[in-house]
Write a protein that binds this ligand. Structure first.
Ligand code: DSN
Length: 419
């Protein structure tokens, strides 16, 4: 019997319900994934008991000798994966990975330039309600209204005007590739530092399936739980001459004790990402995304920018029916066992709480073993639920089919004979 089951049945029940929910639904949220049994096991170790403030070889607590081994393992593997000069694996999340760059490279009141949240950017890239928008003068570039892609001439014009100290690349809902070299050229011209937030496509960068910002950017930040398929956390990479400032920014600047059990889980995930099988996985993410995109368009949905080059796509529901909202479709899909998030589309006339779009990604389904033929089935279920008008009978029918289907693709840790 699991010790939680024995000591705290109420908590155990909620954990079981969540596990069952994950197991019996189709996870299409582009930023989520299912970790391996080894990553899950590393996160649930007694390493959670240990304080290890400081860095390997320079800790503020005794008894850190094995913490040093583990943190060095995570650092070395991250450096090998991404080819960076230096990495700090202690940020607890993507937000803190980004804040560490702000603390290392900026002063309050400095100007930063990033992609607008409503055009696919991220909250921490200068949104007014976030510390990045409150403590810095935040300027945004937006997508070209015709192509719905980043227009580098426009970025250059804005950068020349606002003379930012930091230019941010990377996004949460942009389905196309980034030209990091072009951004670096603009950054150098205006005297800015460049930060690439690769949280979404880090796994694709690690496997050479997306251009790498590492040669071009002073800083590269990422979460570790999306395409990289590690534990929920973050990390910041930098050029050698920023290493000292970055480390001081993470600790003691922003954080205290690192989460060593999560750093161990990152080491486990990075070890997995170094294996040839991980590249095959990432290739399949891309193949699945292409097929899903085509299939959704075949059902009459418009995709922002007309498709995808990466693991995600942004469905503009208005082409299917002008009255459809992201909020309604998110709920109908959830009732049918398909989990997505509503998302604004570029130049959306609806607010973030309602939206005209749905963001869809393939990393989690690919982990479960779904391939191209299954993507067509997923698109079909998506369409039946999204076109249902909320009809409970239609949604229940799709839910039953989805539940039955997921039985053939159990979550990774549920098939682990050693777990
Ligand atoms: N990274 C965001 C996402 O893409 O879901 C959440 O902050």
């Amino acid at each position: 019997m699991n010790p939680i089951e024995q000591s705290d049945p109420i908590l155990w029940q909620a954990i079981q319900q969540e596990q069952n929910r994950q197991d019996s639904t189709l996870e299409l949220i582009a930023s989520e994934n299912h970790v391996s049994p080894a990553v899950l096991a590393a996160a649930a170790t007694p390493l959670t008991n240990k304080y290890a403030e400081g860095y390997p070889g320079k800790r503020y607590y005794g008894g850190c000798e094995f913490m040093d081994v583990i943190e060095n393992l995570a650092r070395d593997r991250a450096k090998a994966l991404f080819g960076c000069d230096h990495v700090n694996v202690q940020p607890h999340s993507g937000s803190q990975a980004n804040q560490a760059v702000f603390l290392a490279a900026l002063n309050p009141g400095d100007t930063i330039l990033g992609l607008h949240l409503d055009h696919g950017g991220h909250l921490t890239h200068g949104k007014s309600v976030n510390i990045s928008g409150k403590w810095f003068k935040s300027v945004h570039y937006t997508l070209d209204p015709k192509t719905e892609r980043i227009d580098m001439a426009n970025v250059q014009r804005i950068a020349r005007e606002c003379k930012p100290k930091l230019i941010i690349t990377g996004a949460s809902a942009y389905p196309r590739l980034w030209d990091f070299a072009a951004f670096a050229e603009i950054a150098h011209e205006v005297g800015a530092v460049q930060m690439a937030d690769i949280a979404h496509f880090a796994g694709l960068v690690a496997t050479g399936l997306h251009p790498s910002p590492v040669p071009h950017s002073e800083f590269v930040t990422t979460t570790t739980h999306k395409t990289l398929r590690g534990p929920r956390s973050g990390m910041t990479m930098c050029k050698a001459d920023w290493a000292k400032k970055l480390d001081s920014a993470v600790f003691p600047g922003l954080q205290g004790g690192p989460l060593m059990h999560i750093i161990a889980a990152k080491a486990a995930a990075f070890g997995e990402a170094q294996q040839p099988a991980f590249k095959v996985y990432c290739q399949q993410i891309l193949k699945n995304a292409k097929v899903l995109a085509e299939a959704l368009m075949g059902h009459g949905y418009r995709l922002v920018s007309g498709g995808t080059d990466n693991h995600l796509m942004l469905v503009d529901l208005r082409a299917k029916s002008p009255d459809l909202t992201g909020a309604a479709v998110e709920l109908w899909l959830q009732n049918a066992g398909i989990i997505v998030n509503k998302n604004m589309v570029p130049f959306d006339t609806r607010k973030a709480i309602e939206t005209s779009g749905i963001r869809v990604g393939t990393p989690a389904l690919t982990t479960r073993g779904l391939k191209e033929p299954e993507m067509k089935k997923v698109a079909n279920w998506f369409d039946r639920a999204a076109s249902s008008g909320g009809d409970a009978q239609v949604l229940a029918k799709v839910r039953a089919e989805v539940t039955e289907f997921t039985r053939s693709y159990p979550l990774p840790h549920l098939t682990c004979t050693a777990c």
